[in-house]
Design a protein around this ligand. Sequence first.
Ligand code: BJW
Length: 277
Amino acid sequence: MSKSDLSSFHEALLNAKRILAVCGAGLSASSGIPTFRGAGGMWRKHNALELATPEAFRKDPGLVWQFYSLRRHKALTSSPNAAHYALAELARKRPPPEFLTLTQNVDGLSEAAGHVNCPLSDPLKSIEYLHGSLYHVRCARVWCRYSRFDISDPIVPSLLVPSEGLDGDEASWTSDVELPRCPQCKTGLLRPGVVWFGEELDSQMLKRIQQYIERDPVDLCIVIGTSGTVYPAAGYANLVKAQGGKVAIVDIDCSVRGNADWLFEGDAAKLIPEMLE
Ligand code: BJW
């Protein structure tokens, strides 16, 4: 069997009683959302990964909000692609606990494709958002528990994305006076409800995922469009493998991959619908 043999993958999918998908930025690349590493990972002169940190927000909340304002604008004006829809369809055909998706993406495109959790099956989830959401904003002061769902674009007038985009000269947005403020404590700034480096992922969610993987073996793990460099997301395929499950990797660049059972190289938006049909 070759590592890109679609028919053996289809057979494994058909026979799998529990399936896990682990998704990253490559899933949304065809929707026009830039990835973090590689060519898409620079925004102006800044490395996107250096802005996705609590330190960057403390140092220059204006710059970080400007970056996230652009990301929110891009995501809100983008559409899900065929891979988001195919995963949503599989979630409908194989309800929890048969199929669980872990997404690192914060763009909301899976939800827009109809890949949502059924309120009736709680606590059994169909999709878990490892790194939060661009639209759940919360107070940056840890003692203030204020949060809200907010899809306004811009979130405040001073964060309006100029029609020519934000790739030009550094704007003078380094002061925090016009940034979104917490209406509850009235002193803190609001921040995007995403998980930055060094921050804890939601502990209840981590417990649910651990239980999902450990309670009954996962037969098949599909890793889609992620560089596999950020933990804990990067560790789940190995956990599945260690328990005897099979792993398929779908990525535009499969050159540096470990011991996956299948490697499907190409655009996820093209490959995932073929794989899940
Ligand atoms: C295509 C394509 C197409 C392109 N089709 N494919 C264990 C060991 C070592 C370190 C740690 C560890 N556990 C925790 C850590 C520390 C840290 C970590 O992992 N560091 C590593 C760098 C080593 N982890 C954390 O800090 C996490 N917190 C945590 O675990 O807390 C406890 C703890 C803390 C500290 C120490 C120990 C324990 C939190 C991680 C939060 C990550 N946050 C970000 C930002 C989110 C908000 C935002 O979006 O702005 O999440 S960083 C960024 O990376 C973002 C992404 O979700 C994440 C992963 O990136 P992803 O999705 O893989 O994107 P890319 O760009 O890297 O890859 C894209 C892929 O797609 C590529 O392969 C392309 O080829 C491909 N592609 N087009 C198919 N069309």
